[in-house]
Ligand binder design. Structure first.
Ligand code: ADP
Ligand code: MG
Length: 430
């Protein structure tokens, strides 16, 4: 893909936008772009530099994303809405053509990687709660103030505010930025491997530096901390990213939106979608964070399609779709008969959400009940009946006093006087 119309090849130390940004290392890539950690010499900050492929269709997509990201940034000057902030954009001419570039605030790992690090076991409910608050604050802002539907909400598109792994986080590691191409680079001399090696050395030194600062390691280079251990005690905050597919509620581009597993029923049936489609994806994401597994993983089979399997899975969890809704979409006839029954999948095994959480994921009855109480309304087949992000933010599940909750749990489960005494002190101190 590094040819005419494709990606722009970047080397460590390359400069962009008249020398303002200097490439440090590659962060990731997508279908349309490569994303680099860059140093902003004007603000003395690290940023994420997204360099789009150059062919016209990619440039067009980048212009769309820039328009949307600009509207988002404009409405949120204090950058407090848990949505990624666009800092700058410009064109960069390279051997493969003109590349539109977006400069975004530098964020950490995605929630998908967090789930992987946790060995697909799911995160603690208090962490899920914090993450949900961030996502909902972001969605409420996008929906109500900007008028945007994200259309591709999923764990991969939610990034942590800081990386979990300090040796990969130049901000926390206090790394000095690279300001020019390392010696010998590019044509002859140092190879990419040598540069990588140098970067790793610097990162290790930086980690050792912060360990020393804390006085914990006494000069010994700290081993890379295991991510799950790093999570302990971290305030898990995150931001919504990837607006490449976002659309205005009153100006849609595509009939089919969303990644399969997070797709809302009205999108499958083509009965018209709006903000509530994001709320469905949000609920799927919340469950996945808590259980470590995707909620719906439909597969096509003998005589039935992936779509029909998906609808069947939804009904097994949520009950039968009301006939009026099942039969009202442009594609309803592909899946449902006129009684509102699936045409090819006749027998459904009903397994409601709170039971699933208890039986399969070993939630306590109380946790399952409370979590399901929060999410069930979002799984309404009727989009109009789903709560808005604003309404979700008012739900008791997001607003319990965590400490008070812990005290009650400890006292009842341990029943130990010392514990109660300690908690009493905490209560008084608070
Ligand atoms: P595409 O539109 O080409 O799919 P994305 O916007 O999804 O590109 O970005 C590709 C990858 O780059 C992401 O999966 C992520 O790993 C990384 N990335 C994107 N934006 C940021 C950011 N602001 N901070 C850190 N990494 C980012
Ligand atoms: Mg992407």
């Amino acid at each position: 893909s590094y040819r005419k119309g494709g990606y722009h090849a970047v080397r460590v130390g390359d400069s962009f936008n008249g020398g303002r940004y200097i490439a440090q290392r590659k962060l990731g890539w997508g279908q349309f772009s490569t994303v680099w950690l860059a140093y902003d010499t004007r603000s003395s900050n690290y940023v994420a530099l997204k360099i789009q492929k150059s062919a016209p269709q990619f440039a067009q997509a980048a212009l769309h994303e820039i328009e949307i990201l600009s509207a988002i940034a404009e409405g949120d000057p204090s950058n407090s809405k848990y949505v990624v902030q666009l800092i700058d954009h410009f064109k960069h001419a390279g051997p493969n053509g003109q590349h539109l570039c977006m400069v975004l605030e530098f964020l950490g790992d995605s929630l998908l990687r967090l789930i992987k690090y946790n060995h697909y076991k799911g995160l603690e409910l208090n962490k899920v709660r914090e993450v949900c608050r961030c996502i909902l604050t972001g969605l409420d802002y996008l929906h109500r103030e900007v008028g945007l539907i994200h259309t591709d909400l999923k764990p991969e598109n939610i990034l942590l505010l800081s990386t979990i792994n300090p040796s990969k986080d130049p901000i926390r590691a206090g790394m000095t930025p690279i300001l020019e191409r390392p010696e010998g680079n590019p044509n002859g001399g140092a190879t990419v491997n040598m540069i990588e090696k140098k970067l790793k050395q610097r990162a290790r030194r930086a980690v050792a530096r912060i360990s020393n600062r804390r006085g914990s390691m006494g000069g010994i280079v700290a081993a890379e901390p295991k991510p799950e251990r790093c999570l302990n005690g971290i305030d898990v905050r995150c931001k919504v990213v990837d607006f490449g597919n976002a659309c205005w509620a009153d100006k849609k581009f595509a009939e089919e939106i969303q990644t399969r597993q997070y797709r809302a029923p009205e999108v499958i049936l083509q009965s018209g979608y709006s903000f509530a489609a994001d709320m469905w994806s949000f609920a799927c994401t919340a469950i996945e964070l808590a259980t470590g597994e995707m909620l719906f993983t439909p597969k096509g089979g003998q005589g039935f399609s992936e779509d029909e399997d998906h609808l069947a899975l939804m009904m097994e969890l949520l009950g039968k779709m009301p006939r009026k809704i099942a039969t009202s979409g442009a594609r309803s006839k592909d899946y449902f008969d006129r009684y509102g029954d699936l045409k090819r999948i006749r027998r459904l095994k009903f397994w409601p959400l709170d039971r699933l959480l208890v039986d399969k994921y070993k939630f306590s009855d109380a946790d399952a009940h409370d979590f399901a109480d929060f999410l069930s309304p979002l799984f309404s087949f009727e989009p109009e009946k789903r709560p808005t992000a604003q309404q979700c933010l008012q739900h008791p599940w997001l607003n319990v006093d965590n400490l008070a909750q812990d005290v009650v749990e400890n006292e009842s489960s341990i029943g130990n006087i010392n514990v109660s005494m300690n908690n009493l002190q905490i209560k008084v101190g608070k």
